[in-house]
Ligand binder design. Structure first.
Ligand SMILES: NC(=O)c1ccc[n+]([C@@H]2O[C@H](COP(=O)([O-])OP(=O)(O)OC[C@H]3O[C@@H](n4cnc5c(N)ncnc54)[C@H](O)[C@@H]3O)[C@@H](O)[C@H]2O)c1
Length: 315
């Protein structure tokens, strides 16, 4: 199958490309390289099954590119990913994430794509649920502009399905971590803590560190994309992709400090706007319909991530 992946040079997108290529698919990657890097797609580019074009998914020329590539499936991951950026500059967030997704849906419709996979945010669209873990029947209750944009994109998936028969699924990801996550942004706490500790720099926790998150390994997330991008699989559904485990930021910090072998001594700073107190995802629908499950437990995933960052810092 021929799959077009947007955000292909990013953290999750590049892992999705590798996984699809390993499964025997032909992949066309698109990324404007605003955050992603060509080094992330070096592995993908080594075989003969990967092409890449630097392109902005909000560009009016994007439908022509998708028509030229003529993919059976589109995995749409291109986005700005920082909740704080969406709070500080809501128009920028809406332009990149909402308008970018509408442009990608238009492109998919015009090119006759069989399956469109949207990357939603299970860590933010449900707001602050009464009980954890949340399943997909929980009403959407965004508490940040980033979350509202992701929820709005899901409504557009429904419109394109009802009006044009465009088959789609949404993967609502928990907090993803693993190799290739950028430690320089504000999102991606595992990469930020691990890199700082390996460099002997201080780490900072915003709030008291009791915030609960669900950390899912990027290889497991790539498995979910590989399953759901097949036309006829999970159409019209949102799938939570997480572990259901509830880990506090302080416990995560301790686990990384233990793995790196440094004292567990974070600094504390005031909490940040738009962040939820607690979230964890029930992934049983993905288990039932996709045969998906999270394979990597947090401790093993942290070891693999720290090893990868250590090897990168050494080069
Ligand atoms: N990392 C997480 O924990 C997490 C959780 C839930 C959802 N997501 C979603 O997963 C997707 C991938 O996130 P990530 O963590 O890999 O972040 P990332 O920043 O590494 O990847 C996003 C990629 O999109 C590219 N991009 C941004 N705007 C673009 C545009 N207009 N045109 C083309 N390319 C563009 C960036 O250069 C980058 O390579 C995003 O949609 C994000 O909202 C991530």
């Amino acid at each position: 199958m021929r799959v077009l992946v947007t955000g292909a040079a990013g953290f999750i997108g590049s892992n999705v490309c590798d996984r699809l290529i390993a499964d025997g698919h032909t992949v066309f990657g698109v990324d404007d390289l605003s955050r992603g890097t060509l080094s992330n797609i070096e592995d993908a580019a080594r075989g003969g099954s990967f092409d890449f074009e630097r392109f902005d998914v909000t560009d009016p020329g994007f439908p022509a590119l998708v028509a030229r590539v003529a993919p059976e499936s589109v995995c749409h991951l291109a986005a700005q990913i920082d909740v704080r950026v969406s709070v500080a500059d809501p128009l920028l967030d809406a332009r990149l994430n909402l308008l970018g997704t509408i442009n990608a849906l238009e492109a998919a419709r015009l090119a006759g794509v069989d399956k469109f996979v949207f990357t939603s945010s299970g860590g933010s669209i449900y707001g602050t649920p009464a009980a954890l873990p949340v399943d997909e029947s929980q009403p959407l209750s965004p508490e940040s502009q980033y979350a509202a944009g992701k929820a709005a994109c899901e409504l557009y998936l429904n419109v394109y399905r009802a009006a044009y028969g465009l088959r789609s699924s949404s993967l609502a990801l928990a907090n993803v971590y693993g190799p290739r996550q950028d430690p320089h942004g504000e999102a991606g706490v595992v990469a930020i803590f691990s890199t700082a500790m390996l460099l002997g720099r201080p780490t900072r926790i915003y709030g008291d560190g009791s915030q609960i998150r669900d950390y899912v390994f990027v290889g497991d997330v790539a498995d979910a994309f590989a399953s759901v991008c097949v036309p006829g699989t999970g159409d019209g559904r949102r799938f939570n992709i997480g572990t259901g485990s509830q880990t506090s930021v302080c416990d995560l910090h301790s686990l990384i400090a233990e793995t790196v072998g440094v004292p567990d001594e974070p600094l504390f700073a005031p909490p940040r706007l738009g962040e939820l107190q607690a979230i964890a995802l029930d992934w049983s629908l993905a288990a039932r319909e996709l045969g998906w499950r999270p394979r990597r437990v947090l401790r093993a995933g942290i070891v693999e991530t720290v090893d990868w960052i250590r090897s990168r810092l050494a080069t």
